[in-house]
Structures are given as structure tokens and as C-alpha cells.
Design a protein around this ligand. Structure first.
Ligand SMILES: NC(=O)c1ccc[n+]([C@@H]2O[C@H](COP(=O)([O-])OP(=O)(O)OC[C@H]3O[C@@H](n4cnc5c(N)ncnc54)[C@H](OP(=O)(O)O)[C@@H]3O)[C@@H](O)[C@H]2O)c1
Length: 255
């Protein structure tokens, strides 16, 4: 597969695994990162060592100017962006409603929702045939949390991911006849930098795994492969879909 793929939050976890696998498939990969410069450079160096092409580009996906700069910089290095994966996201910390803090909620939605929507804006301006583009494919990394309201203390995170799913469906309809496919990919619990500290607690991990039909958490590469399939021409008639990668889904009442 050839093309120019921009991945937000690409220095770690699902984004980094997607970058590595995409490069092996022939994409030129732009890896956006916020604070993890060494990790981002490491992923890009690994890709280059395997004769792939990658560049690491800093930028805070909660900042509009950074987002615009990221897209311009990616195009300056690799040319026209054909594919986008919005993987940048934060959990927002465990918090019951009584403890909600406006600043924390604004930050959560600024990254998980508004930033993602602005990335989609930048992609649409470049990919849409209506604006002289040649089409493209986008995957927004959502979460199974959006469908069930999240695990205890995660209602704010769940709400942000439900917004991603809903936005993805509407955006997909807007641009479907303009050559752009947009889908959301909803992982269940996956072992990444976002979850590894909590999953080190055996009791926590056992409790989580008892709620997953396959009885285990997911691996980043399993999510990356699903993302890459959605980006590929094998998914050419799929747009506006919400694809679950969750080990068979939640088994309610198991805990
Ligand atoms: N792991 C799971 O169980 C799971 C389940 C469902 C959905 N997801 C979603 O999957 C996506 C990837 O998460 P992950 O599991 O791979 O965890 P991760 O390794 O923590 O990846 C998230 C990445 O997003 C970056 N990021 C956060 N805020 C950013 C910002 N403002 N600008 C640019 N980058 C930013 C982080 O970098 P910094 O640390 O430098 O900010 C980090 O590299 C997220 O959207 C997450 O919500 C994860």
C-alpha cells in the first residue's frame, strides 16, 4: 500500500504499533508526538532501519495552530496526505461525577474530541475532491467505553469517545461522495502505556479480564492491524462504521 499516513499520538501504544506496521506495508509515515520525543524518534529510526520512511513531528493536538502546522509540515516532507489515524488521546483520570473539575473536563474534550475534529477538518480540506483533493481514508480511535458509559469512574472519558463515534458517522456522510472514508475503531482494554500501570495490579487485571468475552486484554498490534485494514482498499465500501476490537465485548455481570 502506498500513501502518506499521518498518525497523531504516534510515539506510543496503538499509534506507534500502527506506524511500524504501516511502514512495513509501504506507507510513508508522519509520527506526531506531544512530549515523547525520544520515543517518537525511536519509532522513526526503527522504521528507517528497515528501509521504511518516517518522520517524527511534534505538536499538541489540543492546540489548533499546532494541528495546522503538523499537517503543513507532513505535506512539506512527504507530499499529499492520503491517510490519517487520530490516535492521540487521554484517559482523563478516574473521576466520579462529584469530583468533576471544569478544567480537567475541558482538557479531556480538547484532546479527545475538539483536536480530533480539527485534524479531520485539516484532512478534509486536503483530501476532498470538492477542494481539489484525491480522496483518502481516516480512522478515529474511539473506545468501547463510548458504547457502555465506561468502567467505574470513566463516564467523562466514555462521553468523549461517544462524541468521536457520533462525529465520525456524521463526518463520513458529509464526505462520502468526495472520496473520503472515515471510520471509528473502538478498542476494548488494551495493554499500552495508557493502561500498563493499572494492569500491573493482578487483582485489577483479573477483574478486567473477567469482563472480556475472550478472557484477556488486547495487544496494540491487534488494534493496529484492524486500523490498517480500515485504511486499506480492502475496506473500500466501509465508511461511517464503528468497528469494535474488543475480544468479543464486555460480559456484563461477570464481576
Ligand atoms: N489502551 C486502551 O485500553 C484503550 C482502549 C480504548 C481506546 N484507547 C484509545 O487509543 C488511543 C491510543 O491510546 P494508547 O492506548 O495507545 O495509549 P498511549 O500509549 O498513552 O497513547 C496515547 C498517545 O497520545 C498522545 N497524546 C495525548 N495527548 C496528546 C496531545 N494533546 N497531543 C498529541 N499527542 C497526545 C500521548 O503522548 P503524550 O503522553 O506525550 O501526551 C500518547 O503517545 C487513545 O485515543 C485511547 O483513548 C485505548
Amino acid at each position: 500500500m502506498s500513501g502518506v499516513l499521518l498518525i497523531t499520538g504516534g510515539a506510543s501504544g496503538i499509534g506507534a504499533e500502527t506506524a511500524r506496521r504501516a511502514a512495513r506495508r509501504g506507507y510513508k509515515v508522519a509520527i506526531n508526538y506531544r512530549s515523547r520525543d525520544a520515543q517518537a524518534m525511536g519509532v522513526a529510526a526503527d522504521i528507517a532501519a528497515q528501509d521504511g520512511e518516517a518522520v517524527a513531528i511534534p505538536g499538541d493536538m489540543a492546540n489548533e495552530a499546532d494541528i495546522v502546522r503538523l499537517f503543513n509540515e507532513t505535506e512539506r516532507v512527504f507530499g499529499r496526505i492520503t491517510h490519517l489515524v487520530n490516535s492521540a488521546g487521554i484517559g482523563g483520570g478516574g473521576m466520579r461525577v462529584e469530583a468533576f473539575d471544569a478544567a480537567a473536563l475541558h482538557k479531556l474534550f480538547a484532546v479527545n474530541v475538539v483536536g480530533l475534529m480539527l485534524c479531520c477538518r485539516e484532512a478534509a480540506r486536503r483530501m476532498s475532491t470538492k477542494h481539489g483533493g484525491k480522496g483518502g481514508a481516516i480512522v478515529n480511535v474511539s473506545s468501547m467505553a463510548g458504547t457502555i458509559g465506561g468502567r467505574p469512574g470513566a463516564s467523562h472519558y466514555a462521553a468523549s469517545k461517544a462524541a468521536v463515534d457520533s462525529f465520525t458517522m456524521g463526518f463520513a456522510k458529509d464526505v462520502a461522495a468526495e472520496g473520503i472514508r472515515v471510520n471509528s475503531l473502538r478498542p476494548g482494554m488494551v495493554l499500552t502505556e495508557m493502561t500498563e500501570d493499572r494492569l500491573k495490579d493482578d487483582a485489577f487485571r483479573t477483574g478486567i479480564e473477567s469482563t472480556i468475552a475472550m478472557g484477556r486484554v488486547g495487544r496494540a498490534e491487534e488494534i493496529a492491524d484492524a486500523i490498517l485494514w480500515l485504511l486499506s482498499n480492502e475496506a473500500s465500501f466501509i465508511s461511517g462504521a464503528r468497528v469494535d476490537a474488543s475480544g468479543g465485548g464486555f460480559v456484563f455481570g461477570a464481576r
